[in-house]
Design a protein around this ligand. Sequence first.
Ligand code: GAP
Length: 516
Amino acid sequence: MAQEDVFKKLVAHCKEYGYVFPSSEIYDGLSAVYDYGQYGVELKNNIKKYWWDSMVLLNDNIVGLDSAIFMHPTIWKASGHVDAFNDPLIDNKDSKKRYRADVLIEDHIAKIEDKISKEVEKARGRFGDAFDEKKFRETNPRVLANQVKVDELNTRYSKALNATDLAELKQIIIDNEIVCPISGTRNWTDVRQFNLMFSTEVGSTSEGTNKIYLRPETAQGIFVNFLNVLKTGRMKIPFGIAQIGKAFRNEIVARQFIFRMREFEQMEMQFFVQPGTELDWFAKWKETRMKWHQALGFGSENYRFHDHTKLAHYANAATDIEYKFPFGFKEVEGIHSRTDYDLKQHQQYSGKKMQYFDPEKGESYIPYDIETSIGVDRMFLQVLSAAYMEEELKKEDGSSDTRVVLRLPSFLAPVKLAVMPLIKKDGLPEIAEKIVHDLKFDFNCQYDDKDSIGRRYRRQDAIGTPYCITIDHQTLEDQSVTIRYRDSMEQERVGIGQLKDIIKEKVSIQSLLKKL
Ligand code: GAP
């Protein structure tokens, strides 16, 4: 099945099974805003716990913070967001639709790359095992011509973007005959800068009002609390401050479901270090964060670093951790060596000394900062993209059936176990209810007695429940039940008394954290 179709199915699955709903759906929805349903909220909380524990629990020099969404407006002037947190926008005069100029160009480049891939795949089919992809790419005239186009376009585009040359961005669109996907015309306006921050006002009219912003990142809440945490936590460098919270961006091109939203959640950690040691720490955090992703067991080949060649003016190293989504390798997390830029800016704008006295060096300095920043929603989509499978099952009579299963790591699964009486009589439901009652203090359990046992298993597979416990007539005789494993679909007979220990071992976050 084409990857685009898999993704469409995943989006539909999220809605059908209570993971993610479009926001305000009964009013026809609100673009790029989503709500998390009964299973979605559990998965989201489990992802956040995995991140939080890996930061705050495992590192005695990292502490947490929960800063407010509203902050003093000067913070956003100091951070550079008021002046420079912009996207280049262009409007099509016929469709009246607005686009990000950079996205139009990137999509155009992707289309040419797609042509190359199709050419390669066609040749692979033709030549079979004898196919030498490298040689084909180096010699096929159509592939070569398209590759030249891609390389030239990339160079011209990066130059224009880095120089914020808006006229050149428009010229690239014109020269490459890029059309509006709605009207199909090339009737474009000039490219303009558009600030991504949402604003609102505080204060009553009699006192006058103040324009404030909804934070576009959680990071600034950490920087402006640097001194508070330093003093009250008696922190010694190197140390980190971790925070999970909502962020808001008026994204113009919001697409790919929860990949790019207007209201989303971030998990950010700022790690303050001695100047001059930052690149070592950057390398260390790169490795640590990649390990965190790969410990989930979705296959290391599906992750890669994308090191930035062009750096923001405040950074001296930056990389993205990318995951192979159904729509290609895309950023899940950013790791940046932000130098002393943010603390220095806040020192200048607030007039407060944002410094650390280093007892070993006997001097004060503004620490350098390594940032790890990951979107909760994007991580959620990454986990579901990796876990969603449609499997063909061979039946005993030779026919086949399909099942949709979410192969979620047990710790992340919203429901850990479903308890099912085989039939709704002979005292079996009462035993099942008692098991749920006894285990609900330890695990998220579900009681299910509707439909055939096969349909109940499928239902639990679809929401990713790793264990199903079935109560049958043998239970009445020897207090044993079957435990059915989601991934292998194998079943095992165990005593009711053993259930808690068996499941505890399998779903605990500890085994995941110990891999880090
Ligand atoms: N403090 C640094 C910062 O905010 P960023 O690359 O803009 O850096 C970090 O964002 C992470 O936040 C991204 O890697 C992504 O996971 C997530 N993110 C950013 N914009 C998002 C959006 N509009 N919707 C969902 N997640 C987003």
